[in-house]
Ligand binder design. Sequence first.
Ligand SMILES: Cc1ncc(COP(=O)(O)O)c(C=O)c1O
Length: 398
Amino acid sequence: MWKEVEPAPADAILGLTEIFKKDSNPQKVNLGVGVYKDDQGSTPILKCIKTAEKRLVETQKTKGYLPISGDPSYAANVQKLLFGAESEVISSNRAMTIHSPGGTGALRVGADLLKQFNPDAKLWVSSPTWANHKGIFSAAKFEIKDYPYYNSETKDVDFDAMRATLESIPAGDIVLLHVCCHNPTGVDLSDAQWDQVVSIAKSKGWIPFLDFAYQGFGSSIEKDRSAVEKFAATGVDLFIASSFSKNLGLYNERTGALTMVSPTASEATVAMSHLKKIIRVNYSNPPAHGGLAASAVLSDSALYDQWVEEVAEMRERIKAMRTKLVDGLVERGVEGDFSFIKSQRGMFSFSGLSDETVEWLRENKSIYVVKGGRINLAGLTSSNMDYVCDSIAEALKA
Ligand SMILES: Cc1ncc(COP(=O)(O)O)c(C=O)c1O
């Protein structure tokens, strides 16, 4: 069956990690994959999760299936996190949430639902965007279009161009927006710019699909959700894919959520009924462990407070690495201004390193950066910082 078939290319990001694992250079550094590392270079299990898991193991009585939409308390906790506990969206039952296998699963089942009821719609993504966005929506048979986002000259959002395109998008099309910590650029919209985007969505009638994979990695858990609150308040149909992979460190537990907000509670119920049908024929119901552990943290005030601190620790460590990298390059007399890296947010930075430099770093220094120059700042540590700065300086001088 496979004799005449060409192998598929490896995933641009996960494929790089496979090559990294095989690299025998003891100084190798992985700045590719979007996984948080602590200063010792490990991806820790958060303390709040460890405690929650212990409790789960002690009290759990069954491994019976969860409902198609996941544990109801998980959905309720996710909604509080997305909108704030007092939100009108929650009290009016306009939001419906399912536990999805990661943020990726949320994007995919949301895409499938939208395709079913809006078959002619196009999907609009920022230029650039996380590579898997295009993969997921293409797999769901969407035609994909770009809206301008990043200006490589100013190292900032090209908001005028973005707004002009958003104003031209027809009603019914879907616009994917990164709520915070834009992947791969690290540049986000300001509050005032979000206000404009929200009002364009409302007046033009396109459907916002918010990707919220980094809540807490920008400014704080509460501040980072500001765009979600703004959209939810408009009363338009809205999709939100959220994920606990990064902020609760639950990468391999596949713990995400799709939340659909509708103008009325009865519409939300209809949307949910169809979403469940899509899930049933896809993965039937979600894996339980991550969702139950997340829910245990979110519903216990002591564990929640501990989580807030642990997220702040991750956020602040990444910020410190940004500063050290920029200062390290300045100290080494590297040409060019890299100070923009300090003001970007989240795990990633569009470093401005060319594909040629990226290749040189991998071949000569075993430093792995994604093609396009995206660096995961969380892969930097006090131990590898000098090596990385020296290597980038050498690469740029070469
Ligand atoms: C922008 C963005 N969206 C969604 C995801 C989905 O993450 P996961 O499926 O691991 O929860 C990621 C993960 O890297 C991401 O960067």
